[in-house]
Design a protein. Structure first.
Ligand SMILES: Nc1nc2c(ncn2[C@@H]2O[C@H](COP(=O)(O)OP(=O)(O)OP(=O)(O)O)[C@@H](O)[C@H]2O)c(=O)[nH]1
Ligand SMILES: [Mg+2]
Lengths: 633, 74
């Protein structure tokens, strides 16, 4: 039997990706705010011996190709004729959702109307007469609760049993079509025609609502009550700051960092001696022992030991993502963002940047204007992605042990503040243009779905693990090689190695920032390939004279390094300058590649590299020099 | 009166939408003459505002709300 092709379409935030994931076992990102999915994604399943391909599309309010997501969807329907199009409708918000339904049907696309979020509709006392809806549209109507696997799986039987060719728009819908055709033939200006068509659609929808839907008069609830505190007036700002502070406190002080310390100690005290013993017993060559102990275990271990911290951070962010608070952050930040010529909406992809800059750069697609998108792409690299977290955590623990959470918070704030300031600068120089707007649906607060939160944490955390096992592994080997060899062969004096040469050439430009050691220079260079490499480089380079260390009372990587040359190479002030520089400078190569793809230009990619380095250099300079003037060391 | 001049707590009915770059998008989102709109809350400094219509909540800037003529119901 032939395969069945199914497309999921609908308004943003109606549960399309949730249903897609339940159907196909895929791990599309889910979040409680509009605009999470920005590109189409295909999944394949087999059910009762039939192959079914399902496409998850970005959410859209209409298909007029006014935004990039709308473009994706309208292109999709122009180029593809899927056997079944499922319109995922938020049953608790049915009136506006039906607008897209009506528009799709006007375009001759037969639909299954799937009412999702039935649990919420029920809770709000909304009653929907499904057979009446079938009658009015002439199309099959189904209902689901996206988070409930059983209710979604029912759709599979619907897909295999439904032949859309058997369905025709009803008489009532035909009348609506006639009216639309009349309007189109009226000879008015295009603008007038478009507006009259929109009005006619809502006229039709109002009729549908009267005939098939009973709304609850008092349909306001918890969301509005919460918003009267969380997103109302001036108090909303300090509440927001407190929320994020709490998040960092959990990740860096209470849960994540203590676990990371345990793991770091495990690497230092158990794995490293064990590996050394095994290799010595097996009579492995000296250079090989050095490669494994001083290169791979230290390099990969220094990145791996932060895994608990990264997972805790992702857990908190995924939880926040599921509550719906992200859209409120956009709302509360809009007054600030507007003053720098951006839109509050730009905050949502930026917050994704706290996980990884790559999806954040892609998320800029949801913004309304070219100017907004370009600026958002170019400021994303300033944010604290998870790969920069080990740098901050390590340096904060070493040089500011009494103030870890404050330093961490300050670094995050610095990233965000620099992003916002640069948005203003770019907006007034490179991207003059139409003022941006802010029109954003505020989804209801939801209790995050535990399964989604855990899967999301795992998916993102896995990315970090995979990187440690691949890029960081390879780089540790390369760093060990470069730091152990020079043109005369293997050397015991690291300061005469290839890497010392590369590092000191780079380091000369950091004299005014106080960290012009070749080790710091080398870490900066390797960090462009992957930001995690900054700590693995530092671990390898300073970890080498570790023999002298009594590791018994070391709690983690930071404590071990504290007993090495690193403690004297940096003063607290130059450590701070180094943190500031690595926080802000060049995006990693993967992010640079994404910038190239999204901006469709090599020029902007090169610009992103150069200007972030320049900004970082100046910021670190200010920190160090002003710090010295104030008498800090 | 326009939607721009409203305060949280008010309930209004949309009378007309003036010309603006956003007009068709606003209409698509369901802001059609006759629609009942409740003003919910506002961001720091009172702008943007959050409104409720057709069983959902929407945030918009006051400047964009200025093109929407309304009559106060409550
Ligand atoms: N209560 C409830 N929540 C749901 C249901 N289906 C999905 N959700 C939640 O709704 C939110 C949005 O889900 P997504 O699957 O990301 O929505 P989407 O349609 O893919 O959104 P975009 O990609 O932005 O267009 C998430 O917080 C889900 O957990 C449901 O049936 N009931
Ligand atoms: Mg989605």
């Amino acid at each position: 039997m032939p395969a069945i092709s199914v497309a999921l379409t609908g308004n943003p935030n109606t549960g399309k990706s949730t249903i897609f994931n339940e159907l196909t076992g895929a791990r599309q990102k889910i979040g409680n705010w509009p605009g999470v999915t920005v590109d189409k994604k295909v999944g394949l399943i087999e059910y009762k011996g039939r192959k079914i391909s399902v496409v998850d599309l970005p959410g859209t309010y209409s298909i007029n190709a006014r935004s990039q997501e709308e473009q994706v969807v309208s292109d999709y329907f122009a180029e593809n004729k899927p056997d079944i199009v499922v319109n995922i409708i938020d049953a608790s918000n049915i009136s506006r959702n039906l607008f897209l339904t009506v528009q799709l049907m006007e375009n001759g696309i037969p639909l299954i109307l799937n009412l999702n979020m039935m649990d919420e509709a029920e809770r709000h006392g909304i009653k929907i007469n499904e057979s009446k809806l079938e009658e009015i549209f002439g199309m099959p109507v189904t209902s689901t609760v996206g988070r409930d696997n059983k209710s979604v799986k029912v759709l599979l039987d619907v897909f295999t049993n439904t032949r859309m060719a058997n369905y025709q728009p009803s008489k009532i819908f035909q009348e609506h079509l006639d009216r639309i055709n009349q309007i189109k033939a009226s000879g008015e200006s295009q603008e007038k025609i478009d507006e009259e068509i929109i009005t006619a659609r809502y006229d039709f929808i109002d009729k549908v609502m009267n005939a098939a839907v009973t709304l609850n008069v008092a349909d306001k609830g918890l969301t509005e009550k919460l918003d009267s505190y969380l997103a109302n007036g001036f108090l909303a700002l300090p509440i927001m700051v407190a929320m994020f502070y709490l998040l960092f406190q959990i990740a860096f002080e209470w849960v994540g960092q203590p676990l990371a310390d345990l793991l770091g100690a495990f690497f230092e005290e158990t794995v490293a001696p064990w590996a050394a013993e095994v290799m010595a017993a097996a009579g492995v060559a000296d250079w090989m022992q050095s490669l494994v102990s001083d290169g791979i275990i230290v390099g990969v271990g220094s990145v791996l030991s932060f895994v608990p911290l990264i997972f805790t951070l992702f857990l908190c962010l995924s939880f926040l993502d599921g509550t719906g608070y992200m859209a409120r952050v956009a709302f509360v930040m809009d007054p600030i963002m507007r003053r720098v010529g951006l839109t509050g909406k730009g905050i949502m992809p930026l917050i994704m940047g706290y996980g990884c800059g790559v999806p954040a750069i892609m998320g800029a697609r949801t913004l309304d204007t070219h100017k907004d998108r370009m600026i958002s792409i170019l400021i994303t690299p300033f944010l604290t992605c998870s790969a920069k977290v080990p740098i901050i955590a390590l340096f904060a623990a070493m040089f500011f042990p009494d103030n870890v959470a404050n330093i961490v918070f300050a670094m995050y704030f610095l990233g965000l503040a620099t992003a916002i300031i640069m948005a203003k600068v770019l907006g007034e120089t490179a991207f003059k243009g139409r003022e941006s707007t802010f029109l954003l649906e505020l989804p209801p607060y939801r209790m995050p779905d535990l399964k989604t939160v855990l899967l999301e944490t795992w998916e993102k955390g896995k990315g970090y693990l995979v990187k440690a096992g691949t890029i960081i592994f390879a780089m540790s080997v390369a760093i060990w090689f470069l730091s152990s060899f020079n043109s005369d062969g293997m050397t015991d004096e690291m300061s005469e190695s290839y890497l010392a040469g590369i590092g000191s050439a780079t380091a000369t430009i950091f004299a005014p920032q106080g960290f012009d050691t070749w080790e710091a220079g080398a870490a900066v260079v390797t960090g462009v390939l992957a930001k995690e490499a900054v700590v693995s480089t530092i671990g390898i380079l300073y970890g080498a004279d570790e023999e002298a260390v009594d590791t018994d009372d070391a709690e983690g990587t930071a404590d071990v390094l504290m007993t090495t040359g690193m403690a004297t190479a940096f003063t607290p002030l130059s450590a701070l300058a180094f943190m500031v520089f690595t926080q802000l400078y060049s995006p990693c190569v993967t992010a640079l590649g994404t910038i190239k793809k999204e901006a469709q230009s090599w020029k902007w990619m090169a610009f992103a590299f150069l200007y972030t380095c320049a900004v970082a250099w100046v910021a670190a300079l200010l920190v160090y020099q002003v710090g010295r003037l104030l008498g800090f060391q | 009166m326009t939607l721009k001049d409203t305060q949280p707590g008010m309930v209004v009915r949309i009378d007309a939408l003036g010309e603006s770059a956003l007009k068709q998008r606003l209409m698509t989102m369901g802001l059609i003459p006759g629609t009942r709109v409740e003003i919910l809350n506002s961001a720091p400094l009172g702008d943007p505002i959050a409104i409720r219509l057709r069983s959902y909540n929407l945030a918009m800037r006051r400047d964009d709300a200025a093109s929407i003529q309304v009559t106060q119901l409550k």
